[in-house]
Design a protein around this ligand. Sequence first.
Ligand SMILES: Nc1nc2c(ncn2[C@@H]2O[C@H](COP(=O)(O)OP(=O)(O)O)[C@@H](O)[C@H]2O)c(=O)[nH]1
Ligand SMILES: [Mg+2]
Length: 454
Amino acid sequence: MVFNWFRRKFGGSGESEVPADTVATPQPEASAAPPDLEPDSQAAEGGLLNWAKTALQSIQSRQNPRTTETAETITATEVSDAPPDAVSEAPPPDIVHPVAAEEPEAAETVAPVALDAGFLWSAEVLAAQGRRPEEVDLEEITWLQRLRQGLGKTRRGLVHQLRSIVGQGPLGRDAVEEIEMLLLQSDVGVKATDQIIAALQAKIRQETLPADQAIAYLKQILRDTLDAPFRNGYAQDFAPQKGQLNIWLIAGVNGVGKTTTIGKLAHIASQSGYRCLIAAADTFRAAATEQVKVWGQRSNVEVIANPGKNTDPAAVVFDAIGAAQARGTELLLVDTAGRLQNKANLMEELKKIRRIIDKKASNATIESLLVLDATLGQNGLRQAQVFAEAAQLTGVILTKLDGTAKGGVALAVVQELGLPIRFVGAGEGIKDLRPFSSFEFVEALLSSEVEVAA
Ligand SMILES: Nc1nc2c(ncn2[C@@H]2O[C@H](COP(=O)(O)OP(=O)(O)O)[C@@H](O)[C@H]2O)c(=O)[nH]1
Ligand SMILES: [Mg+2]
């Protein structure tokens, strides 16, 4: 049974637009989990612990085939892409990176799963979204923990101070100003902060809020901010359509993580049962094609490239679309350059690629996704404006949330660009990218430490 990582459910790779809950899943293997929980009462009646136990048992019962799968991919990870700084100029494309050779994926999957505090926190977040314990994948648990870890620094500063502010009694003007400062320090940006504070003040004018309710309300405001694009015409569901060609153009400046993200997306796609192909259209840097090929090997996805020097990226895209159409590819991922001789050239090149796609694949579903490095904070946003015009952006992928990034930038991104965040990256490994969920993000950003330690 295939877990569809885009839709985050088992067997959900089909054309069906029916919501998860109403899909009948007749697969007999699905009932491997102990059936002693009522399907709709898990979190509420059985309690979190039962939910987590059931999830753990289901995961364990599915673990065997998965371990074999991972073992095969490990060999490919021994060669690594060098960081962009090292490879951006002409020479050595084949720098071997010892660090990446020991990618955590093997250990991660093989490690025994325990019902520890991290597992429980992830379980709580999944259960709160109406997920059923039998339909949760282990990688979702580990991913949530990683996201939470990545946002740890911001969270510890933010939550601690927030609690001390709201703990002082009903929110007054001074307290609101302090919260405003906190948000700005967390990279939320002026515009989004203003809006969040306005919403908070409006609420406070109506009623006094005890500390817990104030934080719960703040969480809701943050989720609403992140979900605003869905109220403005963007579809909430974001997955390639089965049985037809989807083309995702991946753009962004040098070093933000485009190629890495393509590798991770290719992995998600092939794991989820999509026929996937990569177009290596960053022909500017000599090493770029090699780097994307390594990711192709890791994810078991073929890469269409033109080995010639100074090849026209639009020509590579043209060839890749031809190949995709001939093979019945469902998802074509297009890697692009992040730097050319100058910005105008880069934008021209992106426009040209876009024209080729529109022309040669007029029936395809096209998404143009901007990759933003979360550690760049507000600076990244300025770059984004330029791309927005050239590439007709339809969404954002936020990377490097595991680093020094202050997670608040996600709110600024949505507020300033009006685009939905589609995926978030929190690590250099192949599994370190997942579809974005405002609920999970805000929980990872604002859940208190105490709950987990309990
Ligand atoms: N820590 C961390 N590093 C990342 C992430 N995504 C990408 N990177 C690293 O960022 C560097 C640049 O990535 P690359 O994909 O080459 O960027 P590109 O120039 O936009 O294609 C590489 O060293 C990646 O391993 C992430 O989510 N977390
Ligand atoms: Mg690249």
